[in-house]
Design a protein around this ligand. Structure first.
Ligand code: SF4
Length: 350
C-alpha cells in the first residue's frame, strides 16, 4: 500500500495516524440558516468531526459563509456540476469542496476550481458513485464495477494533478456492500490519498446500519479509510451515532466507554436487557477508555468478560460486581444500575 498523504480539513487532519474522522451531512435547506445552524450543532454534539452541506444554488453558497463562521466543526460544500458554486464556496471560506472535476463541463472550469482551492489551502473530495459512472467505463472494465469506479477516480484525479493540485480525498461509494469494499481496496492500492468511506443509498435505519457496519467496518478492520460517513434514510444525527458505534466496535473510537453484554439465556434471572440498555445509555458520552461488562449469570459472566475493567454478572434477583475478573460484592437487582455507574465513575476518577 502507498503511504497516505495527510489532508487538512480545517482543524481536522486525515491520515498520518490521526483518529478516523466522523462525518455526516445536513438534510435541511442550506439556505435556511437557522435550521442548518441547528443541525450542524446537533451533528457536532452527536460526535461529527466534519459536516457536509448540499450547495445546489447561490443562496446555499452564500449561506455557507454565515454557517461556517458559527460552526463548531469544519464545513464541506457538496457541489454537483456547477463550478461557479464551488468558486463561491471557496471564496466564502469553506474547509473542503466535494466536486468531481470531470463532470463540471471542461478543463478550464476544473482548472479554475483547482487553482482557487489551492490558493485557499483547502482539499477537494472526488466522490465516485457506482450509480453514476461515465458512459463506457463499465464495458471497458469487463463489467467490473469496482474497477470501473477506480478508473473514473483516476480520470478525475488526473485532471486535478494536471493543475498541480494534490490535496485530494477520495470516496468510492456503491449501494452494494461488496462492490464498495472491493472499490476501496483497489483505490487504496492505486492512490496515495485519504479515503472517505461509505456505502451509499444504504437504506432506512436497520438495513443502513447493517450495510454500513459491514462495508465500513470491513475496510477499517483492514486499516483502510481515514474518514467515514454512514448513510441512512433517517435523521443524520443517527448517522453520527452509528458511525461512533462502528469505530467503538473496532477499538478505533478513542476515549469511549465500551459496553459488552451477553445475549441472555435460560440462566438469566434478572432483567438484564433493561440493565444493559440503561448502562449503555448512561456511559454513551463518557470520554474514558474503559470496558464494562453486563452479563446474565455468574456461571459464565465474569469468566467470559474477564478482559473487562468492571462489570456485573446476574444472580437470582441480584448481581455480583467484578473488577478485572475478580468478584467484589453482591448487589440487589434494583441497585445494580446506580451502583455499577458509581463504580464506573470511581474508576474513571482513579
Ligand atoms: S453469560 Fe450467562 S446468562 Fe448470559 S448468555 Fe452466557 S450463560 Fe447465558
Amino acid at each position: 500500500m502507498k503511504p497516505i498523504k495527510s489532508v487538512k480539513i480545517g482543524s481536522v487532519t486525515l491520515g498520518q495516524g490521526q483518529p478516523i474522522a466522523i462525518q455526516s451531512m445536513t438534510n435541511v435547506n442550506t439556505a435556511d440558516i437557522p435550521a442548518a445552524k441547528a443541525q450542524i450543532q446537533a451533528l457536532s454534539d452527536a460526535g461529527c468531526d466534519i459536516v457536509r452541506l448540499a450547495v445546489p444554488d447561490e443562496a446555499a453558497a452564500k449561506a455557507m459563509e454565515v454557517l461556517r463562521k458559527s460552526s463548531p466543526v469544519p464545513l464541506v460544500a457538496d457541489i454537483h456540476f456547477d463550478y461557479r458554486l464551488a468558486l463561491m464556496c471557496i471564496e466564502r471560506g469553506v474547509s473542503k469542496i466535494r466536486i468531481n472535476p470531470g463532470n463540471i463541463g471542461g478543463e478550464e472550469k476544473a482548472k479554475a476550481v483547482a487553482e482557487a482551492a489551492r490558493k485557499a489551502g483547502i482539499p477537494i473530495r472526488i466522490g465516485v458513485n457506482g450509480g453514476s459512472l461515465e458512459a463506457g467505463l463499465l464495458e471497458k472494465n469487463d463489467g467490473n464495477l469496482a474497477r470501473a469506479m477506480v478508473e473514473s477516480a483516476k480520470r478525475h484525479v488526473e485532471i486535478l494533478n494536471r493543475y498541480d493540485f494534490d490535496d485530494i480525498v477520495l470516496s468510492m461509494k456503491s449501494s452494494t456492500v461488496k462492490t464498495t469494499i472491493e472499490a476501496y481496496r483497489f483505490a487504496r492500492e492505486e492512490f496515495p490519498y485519504p479515503l472517505h468511506l461509505g456505502v451509499t443509498e444504504a437504506g432506512t435505519y436497520q438495513d443502513g446500519v447493517v450495510k454500513s457496519a459491514i462495508g465500513i467496518g470491513a475496510l477499517l478492520a483492514d486499516g483502510i479509510g481515514e474518514t467515514i460517513r454512514v448513510s441512512l434514510t433517517d435523521d443524520p444525527v443517527r448517522e453520527a451515532e452509528v458511525a461512533r458505534r462502528i469505530l467503538k466496535a473496532l477499538d478505533l473510537g478513542g476515549n469511549r466507554v465500551q459496553v459488552v453484554s451477553c445475549p441472555t439465556c435460560g440462566r438469566t434471572k434478572i432483567d438484564l436487557i433493561a440493565i444493559a440498555k440503561a448502562i449503555s445509555d448512561a456511559v454513551e458520552n463518557i470520554p474514558a477508555k474503559l470496558k464494562v461488562a453486563v452479563m446474565g449469570c455468574v456461571v459464565n459472566g465474569p469468566g467470559e468478560a474477564k478482559d473487562a475493567d468492571i462489570g456485573i454478572a446476574g444472580g437470582d434477583g441480584c448481581g455480583v460486581l467484578f473488577k478485572k475478573g475478580e468478584i467484589l460484592r453482591k448487589i440487589p437487582e434494583n441497585q445494580i444500575i446506580p451502583e455499577l455507574l458509581a463504580e464506573i465513575e470511581k474508576m474513571i476518577k482513579e
